[in-house]
Design a protein around this ligand. Structure first.
Ligand code: ADE
Length: 232
């Protein structure tokens, strides 16, 4: 999978993809992440990519021209590889709220472009003419879309087939079945008097599987009953 990210703050995205699972995904060549500085497509030599909003009001808006030129240039590069973007995603608090289902769907795509907004956001015409999907990572406002893009990329990247060592492990993540994950334990079996549940020491895979499922269900009922209501 190839993920291109368009931003005015590429420095913010240097570290998140250089460790752990995403680092391994890149090393295995299952994932390529390219971070592009929007200022390459600035409208003048001062690097301008934003301007005052029509109608007045505080805060700048990201101009359509640099964004359109950037999207077209990057789309051209993808086209040169015989492909096109499966989705052009704009990170914004008024987008669809990210969940595991969206991450699963996007992890099966080949080419994604993620646009990070800044200031008051991007000109509406870019949203209408180029963006195919708008995603929020939660009901709060960040200073920019970069951290949201990092969250989305991480959530997608770890689901790409072959990325996780033990491929089945993503199957048991919280949310995969609209259920939260069961509790986990490691050594020692007795930590200051608190014991690991007996069943986990039984060596009986069926019993352990049933226990985990029951725990998931009760945990979900207690903390996130809304997930059970949403079961499809
Ligand atoms: N940009 C600013 N806040 C955001 C959010 N909550 N989700 C996605 N992008 C954002």
């Amino acid at each position: 999978m190839n993920i291109d990210i368009l931003t005015v703050l590429p420095e913010l995205l240097e570290s998140p993809f250089s460790h752990s699972i995403l680092k391994r995904a890149k090393e295995k060549e299952l994932l390529t992440i390219r971070v592009h500085h929007l200022r390459q497509w600035a409208v003048n030599e001062y690097g301008q990519v934003d301007d005052y909003q029509y109608g007045g009001g505080a805060g700048m808006v990201m101009m359509p021209e640099p964004l359109a030129n950037a999207i077209e240039a990057l789309s051209g590069e993808v086209l040169a590889r015989g492909r096109k973007y499966d989705e052009i995603i704009y990170m914004t608090p008024d987008g669809d709220r990210l969940n595991q289902k969206i991450a699963n769907t996007l992890s099966l795509k080949e080419n994604l472009l993620i646009i990070c907004g800044h200031y008051k956001g991007i000109d509406q015409r870019i949203r209408e003419q180029y963006v195919t999907r708008e995603i929020s990572i939660g009901d709060y406002v960040l200073s920019g879309g970069e951290l949201a893009a990092a969250v989305l990329t991480d959530a997608i990247g770890r689901l790409i087939p072959g990325v996780l060592n033990d491929e089945t492990s993503a199957l048991f993540d919280s949310f995969q079945d609209n259920l939260l994950a069961p509790p986990v334990y490691t050594r020692p079996a007795d930590f200051r008097g608190a014991k690991v549940p007996e069943v986990l020491l039984s060596g009986d895979p069926k019993k352990i599987g049933d226990w985990r499922h029951d725990q998931s269900l009760s945990h979900t009922r207690e903390r996130r009953p809304d997930l059970l209501d949403n079961e499809e």
